[in-house]
Design a protein around this ligand. Structure first.
Ligand SMILES: *Cc1c(COP(=O)(O)O)cnc(C)c1O
Length: 232
């Protein structure tokens, strides 16, 4: 049996300790509960304990849950096909997975139609993992310079999925690289860009991500237990 309330409290405690180690304010972070493959009743229970941000990595699943939970912000954290943008453009608080020009154009187009400026994060792949989405590290600045004039997209930060490893210390340098890039972009003060969120850190590595400057963590397993029916 899972005790979700205890899990949530334990995660918050670990987050706060990591913030403390980094000398940061206790509320300088957003916890996104990743609810892929999690039943709606469990999600509602978590929301009743104060969870306010939910992350899904598939459009269909997000849509199937969207009307069943009130007063939460939905985050699209998974690979996003251009032809599915229209289904979520009015629903998501933040798209974390912008990784190509064609997708930026499609989000901008659909957002213009409903006259909504859609907040997005640029997904980065500093480890150069072939199996992962995200722009190569050195392409991020040119990419942002290409898209910041799209008026219906607001670039609000960067997102990173660290390589899976038994030793999370091994990925610390990538988190540090992400923080560096985030700070550089912040200093550039581009139009339509408001570098506010650095989305990195999952169950296996969120404490290290926070120590290195993450202010948005996406956590599933530590809150809900392992996802039995997960597909690859
Ligand atoms: C599944 C997922 C997570 C959460 O992973 P856990 O290891 O269960 O915490 C975070 N981010 C993305 C993009 C995911 O797909």
């Amino acid at each position: 049996m899972n005790n979700y309330k205890n899990n949530i409290n334990a995660v918050y405690e670990r987050i706060h300790k990591a913030l403390e180690r980094a000398g940061r304010e206790p509320d300088d972070i957003t916890l996104i509960a990743v609810t892929k493959n999690i039943d709606i009743d469990v999600i509602k229970e978590a929301v009743s304990y104060g969870i306010a941000d939910l992350g899904e990595n598939r459009v269909q699943e997000l849509l199937s849950k969207y009307n069943k939970v009130q007063d939460v912000r939905w985050h699209m954290i998974g690979r996003l096909q251009s032809n599915k943008v229209k289904h979520i453009v009015d629903k998501v608080a933040l798209i974390h997975s912008l990784d190509r020009l064609s997708l930026a154009r499609e989000i901008n187009k659909r957002a213009e139609r409903i006259q909504r400026v859609v907040p997005v994060l640029v997904q980065v792949n500093p480890a150069g993992e072939k199996t992962k989405a995200g722009l190569p590290y050195e392409e991020v600045i040119p990419f942002i310079e290409t898209i910041f004039n799209l008026k219906y997209i607001k670039i609000m930060g960067l997102m990173f999925i660290a390589p899976l490893t038994d030793n999370p210390e091994a990925v610390r340098p990538y988190f540090a690289m992400m923080k560096h890039l985030f700070d550089v972009l912040k200093d550039y003060n581009y139009p339509h860009v408001d570098m506010k969120y650095l989305s990195m850190g999952m169950t296996n590595d969120f404490e290290i991500a926070i120590e290195e400057g993450s202010n948005m963590v996406r956590i599933g397993t530590a809150l809900f237990g392992s996802r039995e029916k997960e597909e690859k």
